[in-house]
Design a protein around this ligand. Sequence first.
Ligand SMILES: [Zn+2]
Length: 164
Amino acid sequence: MAGLTHLGVGLAAKRVAPKTPLWALVVSAYALDFLFGVFWLLGIERVPGEDVEASSPYSHGLFMAAIWSALAGLTARRISRDTRTGWVVGLLTFSHWVVDFISHPMTAVFPRDTGLPVFFDDSPKIGLGVWRTKTGMNIGEYGSLIAGAVIYLFTLRKLKKEEA
Ligand SMILES: [Zn+2]
């Protein structure tokens, strides 16, 4: 979750990874949510509802997020044959967890949200809960998207100048 913030992070990453295509940066920043979608379709994970708590340990637990990030980074390095791209993709994948850690529990939208598990469902749930209030959520979502977009545009301008 924290949808727009991940987009902001992906856009901003262009600054440190000018050679990596933007789509790869954005896909990496959202990768854990794609995994959640797969686990959700399989009926293994769920969004918090009126009377059920959230459960997303395989996509959003700290332990599994670290493993997915390492796998994403190694795969990207293999495909691109570029170590820097590998690091950028790996770190961006993990940035998703960090952003979600800051935002969850998002009780402004999901009253039964509990935060992210450290390992699996029986482990402690953690999160700073900035999205606990609508105000925190709006500032977080739009603020980070605008910041990311501005960084991206400045990066494009800089790259153009270097080309010329
Ligand atoms: Zn997420």
